[in-house]
Design a protein around this ligand. Structure first.
Ligand code: CTP
Ligand code: MG
Length: 553
């Protein structure tokens, strides 16, 4: 048995929430079936951050006895849970029950002495375990996997699934972030927070984006937000009497320049002193300045930003949408994988559609169903209470945070139908005139001529897909039409379950062929003729042999 089992026994974690989401195949669920209250995003984030602060990351020798390792660490206090994983070596993530244990372990740890190089001393929670004597111990450690399944394995799994609903749920199960991967993401943020704390002792580094919005796939990047609110708020705290004390500070002409200066020093610090932080790039002239780097031990590509609170709020909104109905995540994962398989999305920034835009499109589509599967952002705003009120940089970011106050949808459509209809809907969407707007859940006139216009839900004058070119949008439309057509054909041509033929979701994930767009139209025309011909033939006689022959001419 994998160590995960032990790990999952930890009460009240997101893992529990994720396990609740796993359903037996073929069952249509509309969310809220189990009536278990779901955690607020902020509660989940705080709980995970606190866990991460009690956790250390240890590079281990290849051959190690798990029991002896745990016994050795337990000298510093009881261990809550742990797991091992491989990434250019063996690593252990060890979560103590108490924070003091980390300090005790660090007190017994020393900086290495190297013959040829000099170590820059830095007391972090990223450690290395060395064996004093090489023992001949057999390692029997089970590693937890941090990578998505191979294409081959995925195809096998989904070809053997029983229905398209089953295929989409399988894909979700295989690609979603595991409990361990989520822990590793929070731990990495916590390690970076320790480094940033050298400059800003009250800072918080929070994960945002797909690592926390319930739409993250194994292998996705780690978006981090350096939150300096505590540092800033110190000066606005109320004081008694007639005096007000302020810090002497340096002033710069704009918020943007302040952001650039802060990220610049943190970037330098990560580069020079951050254990395991490599390939640090300061991308300070972007619309949203960032520091990009690889965290070698965890294998995460990290994007660190600051002064980006609205992005954290969009992550919270997506978290709510993802948790409201179990079909949402399954459909988003299906569409994200479909887009990746056809190179509609890419890990390199450019004129491509992003996963964030695709998620917004799925949410919008689900708001348009009858009855709607997801509520509009405006209706989430009307459900908000005083505690939910939130204005960031003049933008109204108020919406209900308590998931249990949102009424479940009465819509019972299957995932199979939703997948087909998604492609139909966007294959025929009037992108030339209309914009997508999840705040109102209605198409609206485009305010400018961008090929694809998806209104930013909080900064409503911004288009989140401004980068998308006309040709990329056309490619999306052509592929959506083609996939709708393929899925339509499947109604009559689904092979037997045991035949291992790519069908349903597998058929639409197959790589595209050159000039697929023009082929599509021809193929569709030919197929319509074929269908009429087939129908006539079958009406005329039962001569199935001739029927196939006619088809092939
Ligand atoms: N974001 C935004 N506006 C954009 C792009 C991004 O508000 N035009 C915010 C969103 O909250 C998004 C987050 O920044 O979730 C991170 O962006 P990105 O990494 O591009 O998207 P992810 O949702 O994390 O998806 P992926 O798995 O592709 O990283
Ligand atoms: Mg991301």
């Amino acid at each position: 048995q994998r160590l995960i089992v032990r790990l999952l026994s930890c009460p009240g974690t997101v893992a529990e929430d994720l396990r609740r989401d796993e359903q037996p195949s073929g069952i249509v669920e509309t969310g809220f079936e189990d009536k278990i209250p779901r955690k607020r995003f902020s509660e989940m984030q705080n709980e995970r951050r606190e866990q991460a602060q009690r956790t250390v990351l240890i590079h281990c020798p290849e051959k190690i006895s798990e029991n002896k390792f745990l016994k050795y660490l337990s000298q510093h206090g009881p261990i809550n849970n742990h797991f091992f994983y491989e990434s250019f070596g063996l690593y252990a993530v060890v979560e103590f029950c108490r924070k003091e244990s980390v300090g005790s372990l660090q007190n017994g740890t020393h900086t290495p002495n190297m013959a040829m190089e000099t170590a820059i001393p830095f007391r972090s929670r990223f450690l290395s375990l060395k064996l004093k004597n090489q023992t001949s111990e057999q390692s029997c450690i089970q590693s937890s996997n941090q990578l998505p399944p191979s294409n081959r394995k995925l195809f096998e799994l989904i070809c053997y699934a029983e229905s398209i609903d089953d295929q989409l749920n399988t894909l979700l199960k295989e690609f979603q972030l595991t409990e361990e991967n989520t822990k590793l993401r929070y731990l990495t943020c916590s390690l970076i927070e320790d480094i940033a704390a050298a400059y800003f002792p009250d800072c918080v580094v929070r994960p945002f984006g797909s690592s926390v919005n319930t739409f993250g796939k194994l292998g996705c990047d780690l978006d981090m937000f350096l939150d300096l609110d505590e540092t800033r708020n110190l000066s606005t705290r109320k004081t008694s009497g007639n005096f007000l004390m302020e810090f002497q500070v340096k002033n710069v002409p704009s918020e943007r320049i302040a952001t650039q200066k802060i990220l610049s020093v943190i970037g330098e610090c990560l580069d020079h002193f951050g254990p395991g932080c490599v390939g640090v790039q300061k991308i300070l002239n972007a619309r949203c300045p960032l520091v990009r780097f690889s965290h070698q031990a965890s294998g995460f590509q990290c994007d660190l930003t600051t002064n980006n609170k609205i992005a954290l709020t969009s992550s919270e909104l997506l978290y709510i949408y993802g948790a409201l109905d179990s079909r949402v995540r399954a459909l988003v994962f299906g569409i994200r994988c479909w887009a990746r398989a056809h190179s509609l999305t890419s890990s390199i920034p450019g004129a491509w559609i992003t996963n964030f835009s695709l998620t917004m499109m799925v949410i919008f589509f689900l708001q348009r169903r009858s009855p709607p599967i997801l509520p509009t952002l405006d209706s989430l705003k009307t459900l908000a209470d005083a505690q939910d009120k939130c204005i960031i940089e003049g933008n109204n970011c108020t919406f209900v945070r308590d998931l249990n106050r949102i009424k479940p949808s009465g819509n019972t459509e299957t995932l199979e139908l939703l997948l087909k209809e998604f492609f139909e809907y966007f294959g025929n969407f009037a992108f030339n005139k209309n914009s997508i707007n999840i705040r109102q859940g209605k198409e609206q006139n485009k305010p400018d001529s961008s090929p694809l216009y998806i209104q930013n839900p909080f900064e409503t004058s911004l288009n989140i897909s401004k980068n998308v070119s006309q040709s990329q949008l056309q490619k999306f439309v052509d592929l959506a039409q083609e996939s709708a057509w393929i899925l339509q054909q499947e109604d009559t041509h689904r092979p037997s379950v045991s035949s291992n033929q790519p069908w349903g979701l597998a058929a639409i994930l197959l790589p595209s062929v050159p000039n697929r767009g023009s082929l599509t139209k021809k193929k569709r025309k030919r197929s319509a003729n074929e269908r009429v011909k087939n129908l006539l033939e079958s009406l005329k006689s039962n001569r199935t042999a001739n029927f196939t022959e006619t088809n092939e001419k």
